[in-house]
Write a protein that binds this ligand. Structure first.
Ligand code: NDP
Length: 282
């Protein structure tokens, strides 16, 4: 049986720390979440962040533009928030409608308020090893490895997925931690030889059951970033958890792994933005 890497435990520790720091401040940092979609999972996720924020003393304002928002309205809303001195952190929840140029909107988030590392310039800074906010999910993966003291230096890390918000930043951060990194994607003909050779396997593809027990080994540490809904409408990851859990050294569950740590890091980053701090993520 594998060690279960419990994201809820890490999340609680981060949230408790954020809460006590905010209590000492006596003032509430403000997080603005722009919701420009009717997508049900996105609205649910936004309300989860709002609830978690309020529990630690962060005021979370949802800017609800889900009714027929166009590109210009979204740009105007983000510009307002960027200029509002009472707003410390900004997230634009995805997906956004097709006619919206999301990168243009993200580019309007000032780097010091870009608590989810969404502005392309934040990515540039991350890849240049300069202080910035990294995408929270990528930071969550690293936080889990550090919390459980999983060695990265000299290890082979395989990242499945190359998106700008998860795969690429995780790969870069692992590289910074001296791992030898392989990135797989939909053009990789067969994941098996890569996954089988991984000391650390980070899976962020958004495909249920992408990784099975024949593709992993007894020394593999698996971080499952994926979130999918199965036929019973249950939240599952990208890894076929039950058999894989019996075959590996350690694994994050879904739910209860990367997700709660991601939310906690968004809160920590909001506090850091309030304090005027960005960080080197690794
Ligand atoms: P994207 O769809 O943007 O990227 C998915 C990546 O996976 C792409 O690079 C794609 O390759 C690759 N991929 C897709 N299918 C395969 C395959 N069969 N074999 C190998 N690679 C494949 O997704 P995100 O990066 O935004 O998210 C990934 C997953 O993580 C999703 O399930 C998402 O819901 C989840 N997520 C979870 C979070 C959390 O807090 N737990 C937060 C953010 C995301 P290519 O580039 O070639 O298309």
């Amino acid at each position: 049986m594998a060690q279960i890497l419990d994201g809820k435990e890490i999340s609680k520790q981060i949230r408790d720390e954020v809460k006590s720091k905010i209590e000492a401040l006596g003032e509430k940092p403000v997080l603005a979440i722009v919701l420009a979609t009717k997508n049900e999972s996105a609205s649910t996720y936004v309300r989860i962040i709002q609830k978690a924020a309020e529990k630690v003393g962060i005021k979370a304002n949802i800017i609800d533009l889900s009714e027929n928002v166009g590109h210009d309205e979204l740009m105007a809303a983000v510009k307002n928030l960027s200029e509002d001195t009472k707003t410390h952190g900004i997230i634009i929840q995805t997906p956004t409608p097709k006619d919206i140029d999301i990168d243009e909107a993200r580019s309007l988030i000032p780097l010091e308020k870009d608590i989810d590392g969404a502005n392309p310039l934040s990515a540039g800074k991350l890849f240049s090893n300069l202080e910035s906010f990294a995408p929270a999910t990528a930071s969550a993966v690293i936080e889990i490895l550090k919390y459980y003291q999983i060695e990265t230096s000299g290890k082979h890390a395989v990242v499945v997925g190359r998106s700008r918000i998860v795969g690429k930043p995780v790969a870069h951060m692992l590289l910074d931690l001296n791992a030898t990194v392989t990135i797989c994607h939909s053009g990789t003909p067969d994941l098996t030889p890569y996954a089988q050779n991984a000391d650390i396997l980070v899976v962020a593809a958004g495909k249920a059951n992408l990784i099975n027990d024949k593709q992993v080994g007894p020394n593999t540490v698996v971080i499952d970033v994926g979130t999918n809904f199965n036929d019973q409408n249950e939240l599952v990851g990208d890894v076929d958890f039950e058999p894989v859990e019996k075959a590996v050294k350690a694994i994050t569950p879904v739910p209860g792994g990367v997700g709660p740590v991601t939310t906690a890091i968004l809160l920590k980053n909001t506090l850091d933005a309030y304090l005027g701090q960005t960080q080197k993520p690794t």
